[in-house]
Design a protein around this ligand. Structure first.
Ligand code: PHE
Ligand code: FE
Length: 294
């Protein structure tokens, strides 16, 4: 299913990662990171073979997008023109700051929750600098530059989505004081990573975990297996998710405006309510819920 991560619930993610990998160590080189975990991308250091692998990943994925990815994503991706090789983050950042005021920062890999939220709250998106190995073409455990860049950066050119990401960052800092990280992490997972959207042309994907994955992008919009349910903040925040298989449920928004508006209210009472009920399994279907037609 492409990259797996849970930036808002990294403690949980790291535990899972440690169970899976033998050493339990993160893959990036954190030795040169500053206090905000920012590093130099060292774009000149990528090899020709790495640029070639990027091109192959990009081409395969770009070809899958029509009819599956939302238009905004496709349009922004084209504008960035990162098809020829691993992008120079500083150059794209200069383009992005003109569009929405956001910048890109290079990081060694996953960063702590606090750091992640602080970056987002300040309109900085952290992008991992290393690229997967050829054997990991279809599947990678930790997010690499292909997932982070191809999956996440295009939508940061959209003002409403970019605003939402900033609010999410602020909401993360707040959730840390309310014991709400598990719940907030589910929101991120089911929207920013694995979200679907209604469009006049039909259902489309906007989540980065979907859009950077060759398998899930097709699965999420064609398979009869998963549930597809209308987006509802509290339902989403109550629902566990899968990190080692395709999602068993996707939540569908009507628009980025809806995402922004529905997540604007104070989550304090929601966290309190959710602390007193059990979470739902990833494949739950509650009484009264029906799957949206494809
Ligand atoms: N409204 C949320 C709160 O009060 C913050 C938030 C905004 C979270 C946007 C996610 C996305 O905690
Ligand atoms: Fe991601």
């Amino acid at each position: 299913m492409g990259a797996m991560e849970s930036p808002a619930g990294q403690a949980e993610f790291l535990k899972t990662l440690e169970e899976k990998s033998s050493g339990g160590k993160l893959r990036g080189d954190y030795s040169r990171a500053d206090a905000q975990y920012v590093v130099k991308q060292q774009w000149d250091g990528y090899t020709d073979a790495q640029h070639e692998l990027w091109r192959r990943l990009y081409e395969r994925q770009a070809r899958l997008l029509p009819g599956l990815a939302c238009e905004v994503f496709i349009d922004s991706l084209k504008k960035m023109d990162a098809s020829r090789g691993i992008p120079d983050l500083e150059k794209i950042s200069a383009q992005l700051v003109q569009a929405t005021g956001w910048t890109l920062v290079a990081v060694p890999g996953l960063v702590p929750d606090l750091t992640f939220f602080e970056h987002l709250a300040n309109c900085r998106f952290p992008v991992t600098v290393w690229l997967r190995e050829p054997e990991e073409f279809d599947y990678i455990v930790e997010p690499d530059i292909f997932h982070d860049f191809f999956g996440h950066v295009p939508l940061l050119f959209n003002p409403i989505f970019a605003n939402h990401m900033q609010e999410y960052g602020k909401g993360g800092l707040k959730a840390m004081t309310l014991d709400g990280l598990t719940e907030l992490g589910r929101l991120y997972w089911y929207t920013v990573e694995f979200g679907l959207m209604h469009t006049p042309q039909g259902l489309r994907a906007y989540g980065a975990g979907i859009l950077s994955s060759g398998g899930e992008i097709v699965h999420c919009l064609t398979s009869p297996e998963p549930h597809r349910l209308p987006f509802n903040v509290e339902r989403v925040m109550r629902t566990r998710y899968k990190i080692d298989s395709y999602q068993e449920t996707y939540f569908v928004i009507d628009s980025f405006e809806q995402l922004f508006t529905d997540t604007a209210p104070d989550f304090t009472p929601i966290y309190a309510r959710l602390h007193s009920v059990d979470a739902l399994p990833a494949n739950a279907l509650l009484a009264g819920e029906t799957d949206l037609p494809l």
